[in-house]
Design a protein around this ligand. Structure first.
Ligand code: GLN
Length: 294
């Protein structure tokens, strides 16, 4: 416990624990104190939001020590999803480990745009093939395969440890039989043609990494964040590889806030043109669709 903070007792009620957690997080300056306290407590007690709010008089019981440990970890800026080991994305639950980027709600924009592009190409009831470059926890490929029951795909990552997580997540969603997981850079060795490539590559300029919040800087894998000196290195690789090999003619990628002009220029110089973009809930252009006529 931090100085001045009482331990959590077995007979402490859920309501009292929630109030105390919210206060501790607020006093520590965490922006989403109330939300973090609720999601952590629900996860640790294995109950849903309704149970949390309608039975505040229940004792926390044997969860007391786990709660105390989780509060300390959150006060040290570890994200809630890493403490619980799971995160919801596009309505489904994904395993999160230290080897993968913590899935962000912003990335749901990529799923939405990818589904729109598939639909507008008249492919949503076809056996489309999708590639996910730098899959990390596998949220993009697994969600798309779950949304498109006839689709199949390949997910790649330079991190074998991340691929293991992606595979487990695909298994949990029941889509693993429609995906291959390949430890490689880009799509090297993946063969075949794809109807769509999706990617949320590392895009943070190296020099900006020291200024990121501790939740990101200290807990997300550097491999998943660092996009080189201008943040655009991996976009250049994807633009060139996909154009040279003709492996796909449609791309939907995630970009960082304010990167749309630079990213479009990178892709244009390899022959791609911008089809459309989509903003995240914060109003930033987050997903970009591109096409190439080969
Ligand atoms: N969206 C992440 C962030 O802003 C970065 C992830 C990435 O580089 N793809 O922290």
């Amino acid at each position: 416990m931090q100085k001045g903070q009482r331990a959590f007792e077995h007979d402490e009620t859920v309501g009292a624990a929630l109030a105390r957690m919210t206060r501790a997080f607020g006093e520590a300056g965490l922006d989403s104190a109330a939300w973090d306290a609720r999601i952590l407590l629900q996860g640790l007690l294995g109950i849903d939001g309704t149970a949390l709010l309608t039975k505040p008089e229940q004792p926390i019981g044997s969860a007391a020590d786990r709660i105390a440990d989780a509060v300390q970890r959150r006060l040290a800026h570890e994200p809630v999803s890493r403490i619980l080991g799971v995160r919801s994305f596009y309505g489904r639950e994904f395993i999160v480990t230290p080897d993968v980027l913590d899935p962000r709600p912003d990335t749901e924009t990529v799923v939405e745009l990818a589904l729109e592009i598939i639909k507008s190409a008249g492919l949503n009831d076809k056996a489309v093939r999708i590639a996910d470059i730098g899959t990390g926890s596998g949220i993009l490929i697994a969600t798309l395969l779950a949304e498109l029951p006839l689709a199949s795909g390949v997910a790649t990552d330079v991190s074998a440890a991340a691929l293991e997580v992606a595979k487990r997540n695909a298994e949990r969603l029941g889509v693993a039989s429609r995906a291959n997981f390949v430890a490689t850079r880009g799509l090297a060795g993946c063969g075949g043609a794809f109807d769509l490539i999706v990617s949320n590559p590392p895009y943070i300029p190296s020099g900006e990494i020291p200024g990121l919040g501790p939740e990101v800087r200290e807990y997300d894998p550097m491999l998943a964040l660092d996009g080189g000196s201008d943040g655009l290195d991996v976009y250049r690789e994807i633009a060139q590889e996909a154009a040279c090999t003709g492996i796909a003619k449609r791309l939907v990628i995630e970009i960082g806030a304010g990167q749309v002009i630079d990213v479009e220029a990178v892709f244009r110089s390899s022959g791609w043109s911008l089809v459309t973009t989509k903003r995240d809930l914060g109003g930033h252009v987050r997903a970009v669709a591109l096409e190439i006529h080969l």
